[in-house]
Design a protein around this ligand. Sequence first.
Ligand SMILES: Cc1cc2nc3c(=O)[nH]c(=O)nc-3n(C[C@H](O)[C@H](O)[C@H](O)COP(=O)(O)OP(=O)(O)OC[C@H]3O[C@@H](n4cnc5c(N)ncnc54)[C@H](O)[C@@H]3O)c2cc1C
Length: 484
Amino acid sequence: MAVDTAVVWFRRDLRLHDNEALLEAADAEELVPVYAFDPREYGERAFGGDDSFRFEKTGAHRARFRRESVVDLRERLRERDSELVVRHDTPERVVPAVAKVVDADEVHFATRPLPEEMGVENAVRRRLRGLDVTPRRHWTHTLYHLNDLPVEYTEISDTYTSFRKTVENRATVREPLPEPELPPAPVDAVGAGSVPSLDEIGPGEPPDDDRAAVAFDGGESAGLARLERYLFEEDRLREYKQTRNGLVGQGFSSKLSAWLNEGCLSPRRVRREVKRYERERVANDSTYWLLFELIWRDFFQFQFAKHGADFFRPGGIRGRDGIHWREDDAQFRRWAAGETGIPFVDAAMRELNRAGYQSNRARQNAASFLANNLRIDWRRGAAYYETQLVDYDPASNYGNWAYIAGVGNDNRDRYFNIVKQANKYDGDGEYVTHWIPELSEVPPRKVHEPWTMSEQEQAEHGVQLGIDYPEPMIDLEESYRKLR
Ligand SMILES: Cc1cc2nc3c(=O)[nH]c(=O)nc-3n(C[C@H](O)[C@H](O)[C@H](O)COP(=O)(O)OP(=O)(O)OC[C@H]3O[C@@H](n4cnc5c(N)ncnc54)[C@H](O)[C@@H]3O)c2cc1C
């Protein structure tokens, strides 16, 4: 039976399509949608403990994306004669306060089984208890629904291939849910509130750099447009498997990660569009491969549900405590600033800082350099990515970092031979010169190892090492010898 009044508390599910929390809440006679910008998510982390390295938790790239996503959500709700109540305060203060004023019977929200997210959720639930409001939580962010896993999530395999085969063979992906008709939103008594500016939220405006691969405009509208563009307008999916290791430009991969992670796009909607593309255009290895990558995303989500905070330990879920992780502020800062003197790493880090994004290939190499060549605590690198990435997600980020550092879901050491990778994936040096203009005159055969140039060659190619561009901060070969 429909209740009188429901509240839907939006979290990282900033969309109207395929949103179980919204759909079920919309059964009520009246529905009040709410979003809270949690001050603890910005600035130096109020959440984390000593292990958190005290980086700004959400940097400007993601803060802008999120703010735009909330603005878009509010517009979409208004177009449907609804409204979004927006506050700049903790959810455990905002949500129960709104529920109380509108006399809600239920509060619906999406859950994410991650330590900080669960902490907030539990705080909200505790405060709702005194109000006689029923909390209703929903699972909205993965391709496979938690309840459809063939085995309990606590029993899933820690190996990707085995997890993938199990779900592909023994589970079905549900069809995306329809967007609901929205009941009236009686917000007068609470007041809709205004969306805080980026300065009020904390980090201010991110750099505006036209070298960035994509303008990541936050929101469901932009996310759906990106999906349509990548698949149908530009017809790129047919070659995704061949292009996905690219480094420069918008078209080599889907660039959907930020919209997926803030919940502007549902992975089931992406899958539905891939299936449509397969019917209308072509079905091949590439069309399958995008789904294969979305299962990687699911894998880390369910791995975090299973292992929880163990992922954040130095030795990771494998308890691999024999590695001595170094602290070296000076070296760390050079890595973070893109001043290591190893061009492939520097290009990646400059792209991260300026654009808030890196391709998967760039992430793997930059992470491997910090964790394996420098042997600096991998969690410090992951925390830096947490600040900078527009598409940061705790499970995907820490899961991938742990994997590369050899403490995650893999039994092998995963170090990358950076120069070999650079020559393979950036043979003409386009990526490194895109982000490191100091090297723009250096020919491709030298650009990934500028330290092999004589002084005369440096003069010929317009770069003096140690002046215009750094000398390499370590001897790469020597560092590989230690790892072998
Ligand atoms: C060190 C490191 C840190 C990372 N941190 C994040 C992160 O915080 N958030 C994030 O979404 N991805 C992360 N990734 C995974 C991957 O690099 C990005 O998802 C991808 O580069 C995003 O670009 P895209 O959307 O064009 O990807 P595409 O190649 O088009 O892939 C499609 C989608 O599949 C998913 N996906 C692809 N590869 C992976 C993967 N290895 N793990 C999990 N999901 C994947 C993403 O949702 C992505 O949008 C990280 C990888 C590494 C090596």
